[in-house]
Design a protein around this ligand. Structure first.
Ligand code: PLP
Length: 377
């Protein structure tokens, strides 16, 4: 049996998305910047996709800029905020994705910003009181905090954080790569968020495409210079197939979102029950088993210390189960997870991250738990 439980890394392309991309791959070769009919036809697909994405998020099409994915969107938001918006101070957390973490470190090393890491509470959530405190003493600040952590699943109360930022006149960027098209966003209600990053391959869309939402109240210049694509905001011939796929993947996700959420939440809860009854001493990292405060697609399992720890993923893979894992890294070390280190996960307990999608089944969960229990027998 082959079981794919690594959906936080990437998801399989939805067949409906494949079907929507196919005609563009086959015949849609025109360059969207060309003014002849081939170009105009393709350009209209991009603009239709932009309108569709904006409709789903309740924002305006002018606030959506297509990028090569989540990494570029995060870079664009952070680097442009520093270069164009007078940001001198960045507040972030130690458990952000490297797309954010390495970007802010680079800006600090270049002497462009002061960098402050907000405290985490004992469950690995952002300490909002501390955020409020450090914001009240600072110069022009960008707060960059992810909506859901890709390794341990902790969810950020987006609206609450946006209110705190608003109170202090700070800009707010959130890496929503793991949550976009997994939750409904009404950006008309949360209009204190200035930047949101999205990546299509996290919700059954194609790889190499995403977007940055830039609140209409914010004016930035392009990060990538060249042609006048994306209304002069992101140069480079557009990934048209990808953009069409992203838009379709959003349609499919939102069409039946509640059903998908219920199905995946049930799988997660089922796996927790099965693990609890199959492996003695099993625990969950951060707040992963708190269904109300964690991303329903991610389960980060903390396993009892074991001699086979370093071989766990390899053995699971041999048995046909794809998942990911790690252990807390020591500071300064290149290997290991900075997220597990950030939440102070015990160094001697191996972690396996299982991450689910709407295509997974209870039978697959049973198989994965049986395999893991065998290794622990
Ligand atoms: N941010 C988060 C939270 C992610 O999980 C990922 C991908 O793993 C990224 C950013 C990067 O996205 P992309 O693969 O589209 O560059």
């Amino acid at each position: 049996m082959k079981v794919y439980l690594d959906n936080a890394a990437t998801t399989p392309l939805d067949p409906e998305v494949f079907e929507a991309m196919l005609p563009v791959l086959k015949d849609g070769f025109g360059n969207p910047s060309s003014t002849h009919s081939y170009g105009r036809k393709i350009k209209s697909l991009i603009e239709r996709a932009r309108k569709n994405v904006a409709k789903h998020l309740n924002c305006t099409p002018g606030e959506i800029f297509f990028t090569s994915g989540g990494t570029e969107a995060d870079n664009m938001a952070i680097q442009c905020a520093v270069r164009d918006l007078g940001v001198k101070h960045i507040i972030t957390s130690s458990i952000e994705h490297h797309a954010v973490g390495h970007t802010v470190e680079k800006l600090k090393a270049a002497g462009l910003v002061e960098l402050t890491y907000v405290h985490l509470d004992e469950d690995g959530h952002i300490d909002l009181q501390h955020l409020d405190q450090i914001l009240s003493t600072s110069s022009k600040t960008l707060v960059s905090l992810m909506h859901a952590n890709n390794e341990v699943g902790n969810l950020l109360p987006l609206e609450r954080v946006s209110e705190i930022c608003e109170k202090h006149g700070a800009l707010f960027h959130s890496d929503t790569v793991q949550t976009m098209a997994h939750y409904r966003f009404d950006l008309n209600l949360v209009d204190k968020v200035h930047f949101l990053a999205c990546s299509a391959h996290k919700f059954h869309g194609p790889k190499g495409v995403g977007f940055l939402y830039v609140n209409k109240g914010v004016q930035i210049s392009p990060l990538i210079c060249g042609g006048s694509q994306e209304r002069n905001m992101r140069a480079g011939t557009e990934n048209v197939y990808g953009i069409v796929g992203l838009s379709k993947a959003m349609d499919v996700a939102f069409k039946d979102l509640i059903h998908h959420q219920e199905h995946v939440t049930e799988l997660k809860s089922y796996m927790i029950d099965r693990l609890n009854s199959s492996i003695e001493g099993v625990q969950y990292n951060a707040d992963c088993d708190n269904l109300a405060r964690s991303l329903y697609t991610v389960l980060s399992v903390s396993l009892p210390p074991s001699d086979i720890a370093s071989m766990l993923l390899f053995n699971m893979d041999i048995m046909g189960v794809a998942c990911s894992g790690g252990s807390a890294c020591t500071s300064g070390a290149n290997s290991g997870s900075h997220v597990l280190a950030g939440i102070e996960a015990p160094m001697n307990r191996p972690t396996i991250r299982f991450s689910f999608s709407r295509f997974n089944t209870k039978e697959e969960i049973d198989y994965a738990v049986t395999c893991l229990a065998k290794l622990y027998a």
